[in-house]
Design a protein around this ligand. Sequence first.
Ligand code: HEM
Length: 566
Amino acid sequence: MISFQTLLPWSSLTDFFAIIPVALLVLLSHSTIVLVLLFSLLFLVKSKHITKKISYGQSNNAQLASNLPPGPTPWPIIGNLPEIWRNKPTFRWILGLMKQLDTDIACIRLGNTHVIPVTCPEIAREFLKKYDSVFASRPLTMATAYASSNFLSIAPTPWGDQWKKMRKVVASNIINPQTLRWLLNKRMEENDNLVRFIYNQCINSTKHGNIANSSGSVIDLRLVTRQYTGNVIRKMMFNTRYFGKGKEDGGPGKEEEEHVDSLFTVLGNVYSFALSDYVPWLRLLDLEGHEKIVSECMRIINGYHDPIIDDRVKEWNEGQRKEPEDLLDAFLLAKDSNGKPALSIEEIKAICTDLIFATVDNPANAVEWAMAEMLNNPEILQKATMEIDAVVGNKDRLVQETDLPKLNYITACAREAFRIHPIAPFNLPHVSNADATVAGYFIPKGSHVLLSRSGLGRNPKVWDEPLTFKPERHLKEGSSSKVDLTEQELRFISFSTGRRGCMGVALGTELTIMLLARLIQGFTWNVPPGESKIDISEAEDSLSLAKPLHAIATPRLSTSVYSTLS
Ligand code: HEM
């Protein structure tokens, strides 16, 4: 049922009317006869309108509208919602459709919204560089409303005064080089704890004789990487690794596991093509159960953050605190130009959560994938290990932040993981605040532009052998010039670019490279007993590894290095 799209006259009907056929469709989806009747009716109505439009000729607007990017013919009122309901996961359906249409840009109408996926860098650059100011907003969705206390934070907040104010406060008071230097000790504690936690598992498993190789232990690298990013941001934000008692061995307690699991569950549910994001009335029915999941996870997350923030406010008000010691204090002390508190307590709660969301997922996912790929390519792992040994100089000291800029090959490995294995199928949506013409197509105001992270990073017209993990491709030929994780030309998406580009490039880079470097420097890694290779299949419903990565770690540095870690 794929054909070139025409903007239909009823796209301006209100969401109220849109609820009726979709709700019917979904509620009665078990009844094939009803579905067939409904679709036949919609098809007849659609054909009638197209005929009418052609015979009456086209206005200027209609001419522009008929020049939308290619995509599936939308049903009246509901657009292509039936297709996304039927074809899960939606991101795979969209990419398959684009391949079938042989296009790098498409238009899929969901309710009244034009969704514009893009898989080629030239077009991506037109959106985020040439027309950056036009495409600088975000959609209002159920999940992001929960995650941002109704759009008080930055990342999910639409273009406007609230977004500008929050971005300014964070850039000037929070995420800048001075603040990062100020909090270096907290990151160092968590860098050491990372190695300590893995080392303790090696020691304990040797004691209990759990594995065939008595000098190592099978490590759950998904748990390790996610808890590392969680620990660093908890420490920087709230000056604590643990919400509860924690664990003697440096591992997460049940509170931290619940916190990180909830963060990842919410992240997996934002911008995930919930029907109610396009037909807001459908929220009443919560047909796919998204709202139940997101609201429960946000209750858990806020249940950990709010008491810490409320207590801290009290401590400052009662004069028990004199000196700021973490990002929360920096938020509480930030002043506007009149010397008044820059942010309300509600805004502080929202922005703390926003920055925690922003920090945990990308580095953990990239490093889990990089390790999986490197375990299957021992020569790459060996080259990376040799680089660290050469830079650090001996086996008596662990990699420090000052070493990171010299780790070019390790950085190339992380960069390659971002290219092939992004955390999310699409960049955060960019919503247009005016009509525009991009790549020769008409893009109506209010469109949701979705740069496909996997579509760009794996585009065979851009990347030679796109699915092969080859860090060398990022090393500039014949020169020792520095590799980094940014990609301004949008040949893949790491931090993106422009007005809505990532605010945490320095911290995000530091976390990613440190995590990868410490894992490789601190331990020799092997595939688990009984396996010849790591299974690097991708999950069906996301871009994560289908199964969390497990590998054997064996300590490779002097014992004294591990024994001094606290
Ligand atoms: C390797 C780690 C990270 C990666 C790959 C990454 C990537 C991204 C991407 C792709 C976006 C969306 C850009 C767009 O809409 O075009 C973004 C937005 C953002 N990131 Fe990051 N990020 C990382 C770490 C961080 C950290 C550590 C922070 C701060 C603590 C942060 C703060 C933000 C904020 C505030 C936004 C929203 C910007 C806006 O909407 O105006 N990120 N990031």
